[in-house]
Write a protein that binds this ligand. Sequence first.
Ligand code: FS2
Ligand code: SF4
Length: 540
Amino acid sequence: MYCDQCQESVKGTGCIARGVCGKSEATAKLQDTLIYTLQGVALCAEASGQPLSPEHGRLISESLFVTVTNTNFDDDAITARIRQMLSLRDELRATLDTLPSHDCVGWSGETKEDFIRKAETSGIEALSEHEDLRSLKSLILYGLKGLAAYTDHAAVLGYTDEAIHEFYVTALAALTKDLDADTLLGLTMETGNLAVKAMALLDKANTETYGHPEMTKVNIGVGNKPGILISGHDLKDMEELLKQTEGTGIDVYTHCEMLPAHYYPAFKKYGHFVGNYGSSWWAQDKEFESFNGPILMTTNCIVPVRESYRSRISTTGNAGYEGVKHIAAPSDGSAKDFSELIEQARTCKPPVELETGEIVGGFAHHQVLALADKVVEAVNTGAIKRFVVMGGCDGRHNTRKYYTDVASQLPEDTVILTAGCAKYRYNKLPLGDIGGIPRVLDAGQCNDSYSLAIIAMKLKEVFGLDDINDLPISYDIAWYEQKAVTVLLALLALGVKGIRLGPTLPEFLTPNITAALVEKFDIRPIDTVEGDIASMMAGA
Ligand code: FS2
Ligand code: SF4
């Protein structure tokens, strides 16, 4: 196996025997073969000259999502996906008079072992012999994976965009071709443009379905009834779980990236939606143990499951984990059935209390723009000197203490704008407020980074500026998995320059490609806490 797609990839070599994330060699290879199969689908779709049907576009979104870090560790589920995508490729291929000449169009396999073997010649290393071109292709592929995850969340709510499906064809087909660096750089920027579209689509889907997030205080303590814990990013699953648990005497809690569900008006009516339990994804092994009740993982991030809660955890949607119960969506489109979780919860003890109090969030674009007068006045009077966007991902490594230290040491006239699980490094610090505006404004999940871009563009308009980079906003982004790559490409496509990226730059970027990004976008690695704060406060 060879995998370098996340920030925790082994430095210098990538993960080559087993993933730091817990991904086995077989799982990694199956995921590579799934991507290779999608390349065959894309080449055949491109050659047909016909747009993908919405169903086929959806299948590609799901298949890409399955390969995002910490989403699916179930070899049988990935094998089934490969078979499904091979038959889609064959269906498209049968319509062609002339076949594209590439192995991904013609190869075939049947068994899991065939698919594992195929990865030996079709993984990331096969994208190009030239390391810089491979680096650019990796950047496009990883951006595409995150983009697909967001697109799939929107599709679950009935929102689709053909342009995104068409881009899957263009980008996946491009991975099979000998293209020069300029063409691949252009495609990288196009991935950013489509990432903006995907995040806008998901924002529309979420807010039209569940209302605009509102400023909300979320309880971080526990009640005295048994509960079900829901994690991941899928708001439709959240809705269904709340509906099905209503009146059962079972409480519902969020974990990690599901925290922002509390901010949506549609979910506030549920009295048994008690609060958020615990913290970031990587702490789940301990926190799931002490939660005591059933846990539903709707997407990433899953960490290797401990025996102590194996019988209590389930996956759904694109998430999967070998040996763990999977709750599939019925093929007739009816609601998923969470009754087993409810029955199991009745036999469980209430959660062990980890902490008490409240955290505040819900500052997506609609809420912040409702406060725009207050915000603009605070900037004009000098009460707010600078905004620092600190969105993105959290991760296991101690080096991420940098973000806690930056948050706690930033001057008191600064406001942190955040989205994603990166916030768990500082969202419980007593940072106070500026004239009633909290110093940490949480927009929501990682996809709600879109909100931060909308806020910046609105401020640019209000302050009559020509360039988004003239705003008193600095970007100190933390990345871990491929959705953060997508968010980064979206910010670059929107013209944001001078982004700090940490805790380390991606392993898959070669020195030459890093230099190109530095030259074009002034991307920089994080440095010392003191140095970065001084530099950000000076507008650099
Ligand atoms: Fe955090 Fe993990 Fe949101 Fe990422 S819970 S790193 O997948 O998507 O952010
Ligand atoms: Fe390694 Fe990250 Fe790939 Fe897992 S997803 S195998 S940790 S690079």
